[in-house]
Design a protein around this ligand. Structure first.
Ligand SMILES: *[C@@H]1O[C@H](CO)[C@@H](O)[C@H](O)[C@H]1NC(C)=O
Ligand SMILES: *[C@@H]1O[C@H](CO)[C@@H](O)[C@H](O)[C@H]1NC(C)=O
Ligand SMILES: *[C@@H]1O[C@H](CO)[C@@H](O)[C@H](O)[C@H]1NC(C)=O
Ligand SMILES: *[C@@H]1O[C@H](CO)[C@@H](O)[C@H](O)[C@H]1NC(C)=O
Length: 262
């Protein structure tokens, strides 16, 4: 009984020692990235280049390092893996904004330092700029935006802020888009709508053209297409049949010539 409990005690103290000293003692500041011991944001610029250097501090033997871009491991050369490791991000673009680079200790991947890139850039607007809609139906204009910092968005029409009519217009904004929904489109809704994005860096605008066509004006287009196809095919088959006959004539005509040549 006494033996059992002392054995248990010894195991407990051992576990306690392991928990207290092993992971914690090593986690705190074994790694540095560009000299910093903690995860941080790196402010950079469009088109520039950033070098991230990860190093192991106060180690006694070879320490393997790993780099990750978001979730994916970065392929490192063997001479760029031990004790210290550098990755270079070139031609920084809008897509690099918010991307996380993480350096990890191979032996214990819970030891890591992350760097998040912050790339300021003016608003980039996109969307379907020409839409045709039948009077009485519904339509949605979607102005997609990418911007850092986030832009303030607004719909304009006729060079003034779009006045929203109740139960007719509906504006919805997310961090990725500004949308204008119009229910029961009227003739007077026809025109150009401008999506404005205000950023401290630059104001950008994009035009969306809405063409409203008469309700009844839509000529039944399918039967016309079908009829056209039938006529076209008939002509084609006629032509092919004729062409084969023409070709036969040619071959016949050619034969004597060939003989002469030989
Ligand atoms: C690591 O070494 C540096 C000197 O190279 C020393 O200043 C620092 O206190 C050491 N850190 C640890 C955690 O031992
Ligand atoms: C890594 O660091 C250890 C300890 O300082 C050293 O003995 C070893 O040679 C280094 N390895 C390389 C590849 O630099
Ligand atoms: C836009 O402006 C034109 C000319 O100033 C005007 O005729 C038209 O009614 C305006 N449309 C709207 C929707 O305000
Ligand atoms: C409808 O809007 C388009 C796009 O702004 C414009 O080009 C066209 O002239 C307008 N049509 C009418 C009938 O107002």
């Amino acid at each position: 009984m006494a033996q059992k409990s002392s054995g248990l005690m010894r195991m407990c103290s051992f576990l306690l020692l392991v928990i207290l000293f092993l992971p914690r003692g090593m986690t705190s500041s074994v790694l540095t990235v560009n000299g910093k011991t903690e995860s941080h944001v790196l402010n950079t610029q469009l088109g520039s280049e950033e070098s991230l250097k990860c190093a192991v501090q106060n180690h006694t033997g070879d320490e393997g390092l790993l780099w990750f871009r978001e979730g994916g491991a970065v392929d490192l050369k063997s001479e760029n893996k031990i004790n210290s490791s550098a990755v270079c991000v070139t031609a920084i673009s809008e897509d690099d904004n918010g991307v996380t680079f993480t350096c990890k200790l191979q032996r214990d991947q819970s030891v890591s330092i992350s760097v998040v890139l912050n790339v300021p850039f003016p608003p980039l607007l996109s969307g379907n700029d020409y839409q045709t809609v039948e009077e009485g139906s519904a339509v949605k204009l979607v102005c997609n935006v990418k911007s850092n910092p986030q832009a303030q968005m607004m719909w304009y029409r006729n060079s003034s802020i779009l006045t929203l009519e109740k139960n007719h217009h509906q504006v919805q904004q997310t961090s990725e888009s500004l949308q204008l929904s119009i229910t029961k489109v009227k003739k007077s809704d026809n025109g150009t709508y401008s999506c404005f994005a205000y950023s401290p860096l630059e104001t950008k605008t994009k035009d969306f053209h809405l063409f409203v066509k008469d309700r009844g004006s839509s000529v039944p287009i399918e039967p016309i297409i079908a009829a056209t196809v039938v006529v076209f095919l008939t002509l084609c088959f006629g032509l092919i049949a004729r062409r084969q006959r023409i070709m036969k004539c040619c071959i016949k005509g050619e034969d004597p010539q060939r003989e002469t040549a030989l």
